[in-house]
Design a protein around this ligand. Structure first.
Ligand code: CTP
Ligand code: CA
Length: 224
């Protein structure tokens, strides 16, 4: 297929995308993380690139190659992700899409030596991580901001609630309780919500879902 970067839906737009999990170290050999292959975020980066955008992909640790023509900035922790994303948005950003599965909490203290096992039970003290998506959406110069929501129940209610709370233009909800969908799968089913409507996409490949999402986002951007 011929790419037409000058005439695509996102021609000339600057897009920042977060993808993958974050990793929060406990000690030199252990961490807390989330299930996330990064596939949805990488597919969106490719679809946005093909729609004519210049794309910065802020990526947690994943096993995916950097897509050609996309600038990948690797991060590990949620705090790293916030910093790298703020920097990328500062450089200029029309559209921000948060697909990352960010660890909501990190260990309060990072042990400098490996923790040895002793008693039968142990407790780990955790503190809240910063929210990259909410932080970017709250900026006075916020780009058009799209979030994802991974839910296991009451998908529409939780997703719309997140969209409102985080001040998003759109949210892509993912029912991660459906077997074979989301997480490590190549297939997904999502429902996109915006203040005045919604659209379900799939079941389809993450590549196909990304292309439809970029078209949908592009249509909303055009109406700005
Ligand atoms: N997100 C983020 N930074 C965080 C937590 C979440 O940028 N520290 C983003 C995710 O990338 C996603 C959206 O916020 O786009 C929603 O993430 P989700 O985990 O579903 O929502 P939370 O607000 O963390 O709420 P909860 O986990 O309690 O459902
Ligand atoms: Ca969360």
């Amino acid at each position: 297929i011929d790419k037409q970067p000058d005439t695509g839906k996102l021609a000339g737009k600057r897009v920042v995308i977060t993808a993958g999990p974050t990793r929060e170290p406990i000690d030199p050999v252990r961490y807390i993380s989330n299930h996330s292959s990064g596939k949805m975020g990488y597919a969106l980066a490719v679809a946005a690139r093909d729609a004519g955008a210049s794309v910065v992909l802020v990526s947690g640790p994943v096993n995916l190659p950097a897509p050609a023509g996309v600038e990948v900035r690797d991060v590990v922790t949620a705090e790293d992700m916030l910093k790298a994303t703020c920097r990328a948005v500062d450089e200029g950003c029309d559209l921000f899409i948060a697909t990352a599965a960010v660890a909501d909490y990190r260990p309060e203290n990072l042990a400098s030596d490996k923790i040895k096992k002793s008693s039968e039970a142990m407790a780990l003290s955790l503190v809240r991580n910063p929210d990259t998506l909410a932080t970017i959406a709250a900026r006075p110069d916020a780009p058009f901001t799209v979030g994802f929501a991974a839910e296991t129940s009451d998908v529409a209610r939780y997703a719309r609630d997140k969209m409102q709370r985080k001040n998003l233009r759109m949210i892509v909800a993912n029912d991660v309780s459906v077997p074979g969908m989301g997480f490590n799968s190549d297939q997904n089913t999502v429902t996109v919500f915006w203040p005045g409507g919604q659209e379900s996409i799939g079941p389809a490949s993450k590549t196909a879902i990304a292309v439809r999402l970029v078209t949908l986002i592009g249509n909303h951007l055009e109406q700005e």
